[in-house]
Write a new protein. Structure first.
Length: 214
């Protein structure tokens, strides 16, 4: 091994992270629903259109909205949600009791009232999605040590946080945000997003690079 090769190997850094395969992702946003730290940034160009995140079906107490569990076909992976058959079939059925739980919980406001019943407005909302990349810049920039990169995840000590906003300022994917008492948007590698994905677009992978943080 040459000296130059040894130097390159010494400079290499590797870590585990949540990897999103965009060739499989249907942009439904379900991973956003289950992330405990809001580390998934899901945005739409047009609010008020269903993105097939399945939250309405999960909160309905009488199963008036069918879940898409098992209904998204393997060959539909990679198609955007509005092109799937299960999206075309999503309705609120006649056994709806008008508890308004789905209306209140819909993250994009796609459920509306019409002639005494609830309906789902559909279409291409122009969704985009990105998740925390665990680059650890937020922890490096935190002046109070409230955020730390430990055991391959970001850890928060809310008692040290002063809501200065440095973590938000330096976050490359802009997944970080400030809540009432502490920041959100950092990945804790809990794996809930991976388990929730209906098309297997998320996984944990080890990535290597030459030591630069960006």
């Amino acid at each position: 091994m040459t000296v130059q090769t040894a130097e390159v190997k010494a400079a290499q850094v590797s870590k585990r992270k949540i990897y999103r395969d965009m060739s499989k992702c249907i942009l439904c946003g379900r991973c956003r629903n289950v992330c405990p730290t809001e580390a998934v940034r899901f945005t739409v160009e047009t609010r008020g259109l269903c993105t097939h995140c399945n939250l309405c079906a999960e909160v309905c107490p009488v199963k008036a909205i069918d879940s898409y569990e098992g209904k998204i076909k393997p060959e539909e992976a990679g198609r955007h949600y509005w092109k799937t058959q299960s999206y075309k079939e999503r309705i609120i059925k006649a056994n709806c009791v008008m508890c308004m739980e789905c209306y209140e919980k819909c993250p994009v406001g796609a459920i509306y009232q019409h002639e005494g019943s609830l309906k789902i407005k559909k279409g291409d909302a122009g969704a985009s999605i990105i998740n925390c990349t665990l680059c650890s810049l937020c922890a490096t920039a935190c002046p109070n040590g409230a955020l730390k990169f430990e055991t391959n995840r970001i850890r928060l000590n809310p008692e040290l946080c002063t809501l200065c906003g440095e973590c938000v300022r330096v976050c490359p994917p802009q997944s970080m945000c400030l809540k009432d008492r502490y920041p959100a948007g950092y990945c804790v590698m809990c794996g809930r997003c991976i388990k929730s994905c209906p098309v297997g677009a998320l996984s944990i992978r080890t990535v290597s690079w030459e030591g630069n943080i960006l």
